[in-house]
Design a protein around this ligand. Structure first.
Ligand code: GDP
Length: 421
């Protein structure tokens, strides 16, 4: 592979900027600029210089192929964190044939060199994007190979089942039909049970990863935007006393005690006065219906019957004006009831997190579903058919980890990575 480089730290001013170089000959490129670097994994304080000038005094280290993040020879140069220094080093590297890496290229190389499987790559992407504690924890499990280890366990069930099937075939006696031993079906049942747990817990895991959606709904002037503003403690939604001003759905990302939540401020739900407003209302209602939770907000504590779902919260707004009957009351003016409301939201959402699976990406789910389906569809006791189903299930597990068929996904996955990762 050719030599690539990128800034591993965020660009801009900082204490230190780390530049990584990966590929065959990375060390010798670094030695051209920094002088001899005898030992791998040792930090050397060196002047970085071309033939003419010293660029910076930096900490330089290198990692041997096979013992680095990408699996290739890697150099790290820790420069002072000034954009001009980073830019100049980039030019220097360019002049000796090292090119700027593409988005996610370091991780792509780590995957291609067998340093990570595809679920770990996805986990790393999630970890780098994590905003809340629950996202961080789930991503860390995935990126440190927990799904991969589980998949190895499932694979070993299949291998044992497959071996038993093979041994049941009596090649010598073609007249007696071969029978698959009962133990094979026990193993396959264990396999499907474990996969069912993962498949059943996918929705919750996906919600942890992408965040829950909570729609604030209610008639115009109910105080939806004011409530969201109060929660955000900043102006995110337009507050006005002219009904129908919130035409588009405004989203607010929240970290609700570790859960990622998007609060949706829906358009005032009333009979539309014009076509555009009507479209906004249709969109808002559809989005609210599809949300994980709805906060039904109104001054008289009424729920929207069409959108009502079990578990929704009914809230009386403008509690400071004294209308506190029904549901529970909040005031965006005084802040009364807001903490209780956030507690309730957290309670309801966290109930759905219980039983979350490890699989949290649709790609992973699909691989598990196909493995589950092929084993579940075994009908008769013919060894050949059972053996074939086991082979197919095994190949779905290979897909889960990206051992086969990864090409179709790599570009999509690495789109979410930035340069330097
Ligand atoms: P929306 O149409 O449901 O988004 O309602 P808004 O948030 O725009 O609020 C409508 C009107 O009610 C505005 O004049 C707000 O100032 C007022 N309002 C909202 N919340 C409260 C509250 O808690 N107490 C009082 N007294 N007025 C409020």
């Amino acid at each position: 592979m050719d030599l690539i480089f990128a800034e591993a730290t965020p660009s801009g001013r900082g204490g230190v900027s780390v530049i990584r170089i990966s590929g065959d000959g990375a060390r010798s490129v670094a030695e051209q600029l920094a002088g001899p670097l005898p030992k791998p994994r040792h930090a050397y304080l060196r002047d970085i210089a071309d033939d003419v000038t010293v660029l910076d005094r930096a900490l330089v280290m290198w990692f041997e192929a096979g013992h680095s993040f990408t699996g290739e020879e890697v150099v790290e140069i820790h420069l002072h964190g000034a954009p001009v220094i980073v830019r100049r080093l980039g030019q220097l590297l360019g002049s000796v044939g090292v090119r700027l890496a593409e988005a996610g290229e370091f991780t792509r190389r780590a995957f291609l060199n067998g340093k990570m499987d595809l679920s770990e790559v996805e986990g790393l992407g999630d970890l780098l994007a994590a905003e809340t504690e629950s996202q961080r924890l789930a991503a860390l499990r995935m990126s440190s190979g927990e799904l991969a280890r589980k998949a190895e366990g499932w694979r070993s069930l299949l291998i044992r089942a497959g071996a038993l099937v093979e041994s049941s075939v009596d090649f010598a006696d073609e007249d007696v039909p071969d029978e698959v031993p009962e133990e094979v079906f026990d193993l396959l049942e264990q396999f499907t049970n474990e996969l069912d747990l993962q498949i059943g817990g996918y929705a919750a895991a996906e919600r942890i990863r992408n965040g829950f959606e909570v729609a604030v709904i209610g008639p115009p002037n109910a105080g939806k935007s004011s409530l969201i503003n109060r929660i955000a403690r900043r102006e995110v939604a337009l507050v006005s006393d002219i009904p129908g001003t919130t035409r588009d759905i405004i989203e607010l990302r929240l970290d609700l005690k570790g859960l990622a939540v998007t609060l949706l401020d829906t358009a005032g739900m009333r009979d539309a006065q014009d076509k555009i407003e009507g479209l906004g209302i249709d969109r808002a209602r559809a989005r609210a219906a599809a949300s994980d939770l709805r906060l039904h907000l109104s001054p008289d504590g009424q729920a929207d019957e069409d959108l009502w779902r079990e578990g929704d919260l009914v809230i009386t707004s403008k509690a400071d004006l004294g209308s506190s009957e029904g549901g529970f009351a909040v005031s965006s003016l005084t802040g009364v009831g807001l903490d209780a409301l956030l507690d309730q939201m957290f309670d309801r959402l966290s109930q759905r997190v219980a039983g979350a699976a490890l699989v949290s990406h649709e790609r992973q789910l699909n691989a598990l579903i196909s493995a589950r389906e092929v084993v579940g569809s075994i009908k008769g006791p013919e060894p050949e058919l059972v053996a074939e189903a086991i082979r197919q299930a095994s190949s779905s597990l290979d897909q889960l980890l990206g051992r086969i068929g990864a090409e179709d996904y790599l570009d999509v996955i690495f789109q979410s990575f930035c340069i330097g990762k």
